[in-house]
Ligand binder design. Structure first.
Ligand SMILES: NC(=O)c1ccc[n+]([C@@H]2O[C@H](COP(=O)([O-])OP(=O)(O)OC[C@H]3O[C@@H](n4cnc5c(N)ncnc54)[C@H](O)[C@@H]3O)[C@@H](O)[C@H]2O)c1
Length: 265
């Protein structure tokens, strides 16, 4: 895919999970990447991995940070034409035990952040009469979830609703907006969460793949990156308002594989 015409802001792009996979795929296609992260040092270090990348520190939940980010982008690159709303935080706690501060922070980053950065990006495009494309990072939890994830799941469902609404608003300006919804993406950082459930995260991960994925391989960050690259490219010019599930089939299963193998004839 030739992405050399793209200049893309990736929020939370310094991470090694989905954000890292997105930057890797965009870089491979020749795009210029603006790597945002709340952790400025991490953003600077991440830029070292790519050919054409600039770091930009900022918290996506704060409009003053985003305004400064777009001023900085204007100074360094003039204009950008792609946005990936990747920055996100998780919360693994039953909803009736979640406190107000936890709820507010999750929504501030995972939903308000997506709206705020999109708002500044869209105005950046409209002022220049440029076209462009947005990809939001949702999650399988927007479709089906598990205990402890109701708040996260609701924010991601909101992201998908926002994706459809924004796509409708922007169609007349030839600006597209889509989302991807990853399943369980293999990244070292997920082991920290898994360790709160099990002593053997690698086995837990393998059991998940065996039982809860149609395709029996670990989903890698680059798998998400390739789908995002496609959605930012002109190859997807007739797709807008959609969410593509990059989940190795997790959400098409009504029963786990072990159960089906024992019952199907
Ligand atoms: N990892 C998974 O298995 C998985 C699955 C489904 C969806 N997702 C979604 O993918 C996205 C990326 O998650 P990931 O776990 O792959 O992490 P990641 O490796 O892409 O890292 C996320 C980055 O976001 C940064 N960040 C956090 N809050 C921020 C803020 N307020 N402003 C700017 N940057 C901020 C962090 O410092 C981190 O570097 C999230 O939206 C997440 O909900 C992840």
């Amino acid at each position: 895919m030739d992405l050399s015409h793209l200049k893309v802001l990736v929020t939370g792009g310094a991470g090694i999970g989905v954000g890292g996979g997105v930057c890797q795929a965009l870089d491979a296609g020749g795009a210029t990447i603006v790597i945002n992260d709340i952790d400025g040092e991490k953003a600077k270090q991440a830029c070292g991995k790519y050919k054409r990348a600039i770091p930009i520190k900022g918290d996506v939940s704060k409009s003053e940070d985003i305004e400064r980010m777009f001023d900085e982008i204007e100074r360094q690159l003039g204009a950008i034409n792609g946005l990936v709303n990747n920055a996100g935080i998780g919360l693994s706690k039953k909803s009736y035990l979640v406190n107000e501060a936890e709820f507010d922070r999750l929504y501030a980053v995972d939903m308000k952040g997506v709206w705020l950065v999109s708002k500044y990006f869209v105005n950046h495009l409209l002022q220049k009469e440029h076209t462009g494309s947005i990809v939001n990072i949702s999650s399988v939890h927007a479709f089906a979830t598990q205990p402890g994830y109701a708040i996260y799941a609701s924010a991601k469902a909101a992201v998908e609703g926002f994706t459809r609404g924004l796509a409708y608003e922007l169609g007349a300006h030839k600006i597209r907006c889509n989302a991807i919804a990853p399943g369980m993406v293999h990244a070292e950082q997920n082991y920290d969460l898994m360790r709160t459930w099990t002593d053997d995260p690698e086995q837990w991960e393998q059991d998940f793949v065996n039982d809860h994925q149609v395709l029996q391989h670990l989903i890698q960050p680059i798998d998400c990156g390739h789908t995002v690259a496609f959605l930012l490219s002109d190859l997807s010019r007739s797709i807008t308002g959609q969410t593509i599930y990059v989940d190795a089939g997790t959400t098409v299963m009504i029963a786990e594989r072990g159960f089906v193998e024992n019952t199907a004839t």
